[in-house]
Write a protein that binds this ligand. Structure first.
Ligand SMILES: Nc1ncnc2c1ncn2[C@@H]1O[C@H](COP(=O)(O)OP(=O)(O)OP(=O)(O)O)[C@@H](O)[C@H]1O
Ligand SMILES: [Mg+2]
Length: 351
């Protein structure tokens, strides 16, 4: 508008400038045609306006229309101001277009980013649900299997001509413990998936090892596995979630039992605890099974990786997630007895 006003001013006052648009002076048809075209373009743009670019084109068309009218009514002379206004119009409209386009690109980029973030969040939620359900299915197996074994044992003791009530009572106590364990496991799995640091208490890992060996005693006996314990007596405590570390040890011991199932040589489970510098506590679970195939060693910790027909491939993934959630490290190495050794190190609770 300012430019148009200036054009009008310069055109009307500058009588010495050569007249132009001689062609138009002769005939109104050109002017009418030109005006009609401009109006048509404006109407079309208005009808199909969809983007910022359309709005910008409409502004340009309006400017052009006003100028055409001014030149027709007032001037019809080429003056410096006319050229200046053309250049100014070109620069300013390009600038406006550039700003509008960059603004639109910025908005689209923001929209794309937020859509992507939302889909990532959704995927993460689904992943969490997958991991959660797979973990529950995996971890519930142990207490449920223990309950079934103890129910069978109690039934056998009861079915004898002279029922051994002491053994029945022991089996019932085991069943109760397993049921409590199943209940605690749900909370522990939820804490693991949410990386919830609450419920961590100073733990004596030697005591935990003994506890887990007691929990898996029947299974070890049934598989004719002897246990060799080498516990460091002055072990520092670690600050950890008790049930979660129990799960780690149970999963490692279950894997060792399963690995030694086909072994002909003596089946030995060696559990060792040690102090590692600086301020780290190490636990090692080693077996005398066939060891880990070197071809799969870097995949065994992946969720759902298994070489067993009835395995879920979740055991080691859960163990690693728990240990890393406690700022520790879990790794596999060839065992001293020829089998596999799984070791984890956790920071000692020095405070
Ligand atoms: N002590 C071991 N000796 C040899 N191979 C092992 C041992 N522990 C684990 N593996 C290998 O690592 C793989 C993954 O173990 P992981 O515990 O994650 O799953 P899984 O035991 O197959 O199934 P599940 O989910 O029921 O535990 C196993 O299938 C096995 O091939
Ligand atoms: Mg396993």
């Amino acid at each position: 508008m300012i430019v148009d006003a200036l054009v009008w001013l310069v055109t009307i006052t500058n009588a010495s400038m050569p007249t132009t648009f001689a062609l138009f002076e002769r005939s109104y048809t050109y002017w009418n045609g030109l005006l009609l075209l401009a109006f048509l373009a404006l109407a079309l743009l208005w009808a199909r306006r969809r983007s910022v670019l359309d709005l910008w084109l409409m502004v340009v068309m309006c400017g052009l229309l006003i100028e055409l009218c001014l030149i027709f009514l007032v001037g019809r002379r080429y003056v410096v101001g006319w050229y200046a206004s053309r250049v100014f119009f070109l620069i300013s409209s390009t600038l406006v277009l550039a700003i509008l386009l960059s603004e639109t690109a910025f908005l689209y980029a923001r929209l794309a980013r937020s859509v992507m973030a939302e889909s990532r969040e959704r995927e993460a939620r689904l992943m969490t649900m997958d991991v959660l359900s797979a973990s529950i299915a995996h971890e519930m197996n142990q207490p449920l299997a223990s309950i079934v074994t103890n129910v069978d044992a109690a039934a056998r003791w009861m079915g004898r001509p002279a029922p051994d009530l002491g053994e029945v009572r022991a089996s019932l106590a085991q069943i109760r413990n397993s049921a409590y364990r199943a209940r605690d496991l749900i909370g522990s799995i939820r804490a693991m998936v949410k990386r919830d640091g609450r419920n961590r208490t100073p733990l004596d890992l030697n005591e935990l090892v003994r506890e887990v060996l007691a929990l898996t005693e029947r299974e070890l006996q049934r598989s004719r596995i002897s246990v060799e314990l080498r516990l460091h007596e002055q072990l520092q405590p670690v600050k950890a979630h008790r049930i979660q570390l129990q799960q780690v040890l149970i999963n490692l011991i279950t894997n060792a039992i399963e690995a030694m199932r086909e072994t002909k040589q003596p089946r030995v489970l060696m559990v060792r605890s040690a102090l590692q510098e600086p301020n780290r506590v190490l636990i090692s679970v080693a077996d005398s099974g066939p060891g880990i195939d070197p071809g799969i060693v870097d995949r065994i910790f992946n969720p759902l990786f298994t070489t067993k027909s009835n395995g879920m491939g979740m055991g080691l993934a859960i163990c690693r997630s728990i240990i890393e959630g406690h700022e520790g490290r879990l790794w596999a190495s060839p065992g001293a007895q020829g089998g596999a050794a799984f070791e984890f190190a956790l920071p000692a609770d020095v405070a």
